[in-house]
Design a protein around this ligand. Sequence first.
Ligand SMILES: [Zn+2]
Ligand SMILES: [Zn+2]
Length: 239
Amino acid sequence: MWLRLGQTQIHVDPGPGALVRALGHVPPCNPRELDAIVLSHKHLDHAGDATAMIEAMTSGGFRKRGVLLAPPDALSGEATVLPYVQGFPERVEALAPRSGPYRIGDVEMYTSIRHVHAVETYGMHFRHEGLRVSYLPCGRYFDELADDYAAHEPDALIVNVLRFRDNMDVDHLTWDDACRIVERVRPRVAIFQHFGTKMLEADPPALAQELEDRLGLRAIAAHDFRTIDLETEIAAAGR
Ligand SMILES: [Zn+2]
Ligand SMILES: [Zn+2]
């Protein structure tokens, strides 16, 4: 995800292909303009291109700039951010649960409660002027998770939903879990992404429409390369 909040640009979870896709975007998303790269967790679908993106943000380490925020286990041990680039950004901070603000340009970021996922995982609550945007990455449902996001009262909530409906014992939300969280948090705009095969077969735009009608908020099923103008969507959603 490439976030633009005012003048501040943040790349969240640069998975495989993130760099090539950013440069191929029209108009291009320029890594040299990034203020920060933030990882929710070290899994490769979220961090596979982190090293490449840091190289790009810092012109191969020749321009020390930008911020890297990531859970500690992404930075040490079996680090998915390779150690040789960890000195390239101007600032590197290891994320802790429910902490912040972490400052990125004009944006303040707070971390969520620790998610229940195989590795250290945190969601993010961004604040820019009056706007609040939260990102709920991968993890298993539990009530305190929904409470944490509700407490930040986001205008827009981005939710990773891998599964549709199943009884598998895995650390990912189902569509029903995601709906329950949205119902509890009540953002003006809910954006869903990170769909597994069963979710894709279930037609995410139709599911989002159903939820939108039921809850009276704006619900969007994202897809690759989609640009979402949050201000427009939030204004259209009213309250
Ligand atoms: Zn994961
Ligand atoms: Zn994932």
